[in-house]
Design a protein around this ligand. Structure first.
Ligand code: ATP
Ligand code: MG
Length: 123
């Protein structure tokens, strides 16, 4: 029997006025590589957002390595699914140091007082 790394079951996602996903089911077995193809706005990023815990589906479920995910990118990462995004996700209202700070995993974040020094060192 195949070990399933990711199971999407009947996943729908509605945004105000937009049905981005309509009952999508998709299984990924360990070791498989998939390409997800669709026109602009087809829902690819939304589907990956749901799979990686960044978005909570309106209906349906996401199961990672046998565990049902109820949103949460850190939980998804702990279960083996992380995402490299198509678009950089910078927050324009934050400083460079603040953007770098929130981009670090919590256990690697410096104390707020040291954040700008750490940014200087990295840059
Ligand atoms: N946060 C949001 N709020 C409202 N509508 C959204 C949001 N995110 C996506 N949508 C809408 O959901 C639909 C699917 O968008 P999505 O970004 O998932 O498509 P995509 O297949 O990744 O497109 P692209 O090829 O342009 O990256 C589109 O109609 C989009 O406008
Ligand atoms: Mg996209």
């Amino acid at each position: 029997m195949k070990t399933l790394s990711l199971e999407l079951k009947g996943v729908s996602k509605y945004f105000p006025g937009v049905r981005a996903l309509d009952k999508v089911s998709f299984d990924v077995a360990a070791g498989e590589i998939h390409g997800l193809v669709g026109e602009n706005g087809a829902g690819k990023s939304t589907l990956m957002g749901v799979a990686s815990g960044a978005l909570i589906p309106t209906e349906g479920e996401v199961i990672l390595a046998g565990t049902r995910l109820n949103g949460g990118t850190e939980t998804a990462r702990d279960l083996g699914l992380a995402i490299v995004r198509q678009e950089p996700s910078l927050m324009p209202d934050l400083t460079v140091a603040e953007n770098m700070y929130v981009g670090l995993p919590p256990e690697q974040r410096p104390s707020p007082a040291r954040a700008s020094r750490v940014t200087d060192d990295i840059l």
